[in-house]
Design a protein around this ligand. Structure first.
Ligand code: PGA
Length: 248
């Protein structure tokens, strides 16, 4: 049985004071949560997450990293730096990174490999735009995004990773994919992996992301191939986030 994983993606939100209250609120409500829980915070707050969450049931991680191990890359942060701050997870290939910062499939695959080389668990984001969905190429796009990582790292690498299916048109828009729409793509992703390695496919945690909230989490998370959520906006409110965690 796969254990569900609910991860918050705070994006570029928060402050020391706000994070303190948010983390305290989440920790206070973890008693009846069965799912794995993590928060992916902005780089400057990793030490705050480490200080506040060490020894708790909540793991933490980052939202991006460099594909390079070290060197003259001004402004970049390496995987080993994230390890220094106790990160378990790092999001790679979020659609905002792909669209706003020009991250190609190849760069995302390099980041995925660098994360694993440092002992981090990458959360690999894949997903189609509205235009791609409407022109019927969702599976081609998601398949390609996945295949580039598999080609570089091998299918076995997915045993130490999480995949997040995030339809771009559902992110931050309030437009959630229906449970059926999401399940169809999740089943497609698992099937693609199963064709290469059945054991890896059955153990692979595939999160859904895109306007997931307390009111739609139960339905989404009850789909057979939806193993958790990557939560943006709703992860900034402790009660809302906890309600999603409890649905998992
Ligand atoms: P959202 O973001 O929950 O605010 O739609 C999800 C994400 O981008 O990971």
């Amino acid at each position: 049985m796969r254990r569900k994983l609910v991860a918050g993606n705070w994006k570029m939100h928060g402050s020391l004071a706000e994070n303190k209250a948010l983390l305290a609120g989440v920790l206070a409500g973890m008693g009846d949560v069965k799912a794995g829980v993590a928060v992916c915070v902005p780089f400057p707050y990793l030490s705050q997450a480490q200080a506040g969450l060490t020894g708790s049931a909540v793991a933490w991680g980052a939202q991006n990293m460099s594909q390079h191990a070290k060197g003259a890359y001004t402004g970049e942060v390496s995987a080993s730096m994230l390890k220094d701050f106790g990160c378990t997870y790092v999001i790679v290939g979020h659609s905002e990174r792909r669209a706003l910062y020009g991250e190609s499939d190849a760069v995302v695959a390099e980041k995925f490999a660098a994360a694993q080389a440092a002992g981090l668990t990458p959360i690999l984001c894949v997903g189609e735009t509205l235009e791609e969905r409407e022109s019927g190429v969702t599976e081609q796009v998601v398949g390609r995004q996945l295949d580039v990582v598999i080609a570089k790292c091998g299918v076995a690498a997915l045993a130490r990773a999480v995949v997040a299916y995030e339809p771009v048109w559902a992110i931050g828009t309030g437009k959630t994919a229906t449970p059926e729409q999401a399940q169809t793509v999740h089943a497609f992703i698992r099937g693609r992996v199963r064709a290469l390695d059945a054991a890896v496919a059955s153990g692979l945690v595939i999160q859904y992301g895109g306007s997931m909230k307390a009111s739609n989490a139960v339905e989404l998370l009850s789909q057979p191939d939806i193993d958790g959520g990557l939560i943006g906006g709703a992860s900034l409110n402790a009660e809302e986030f906890l309600a999603i965690c409890r649905a998992g």
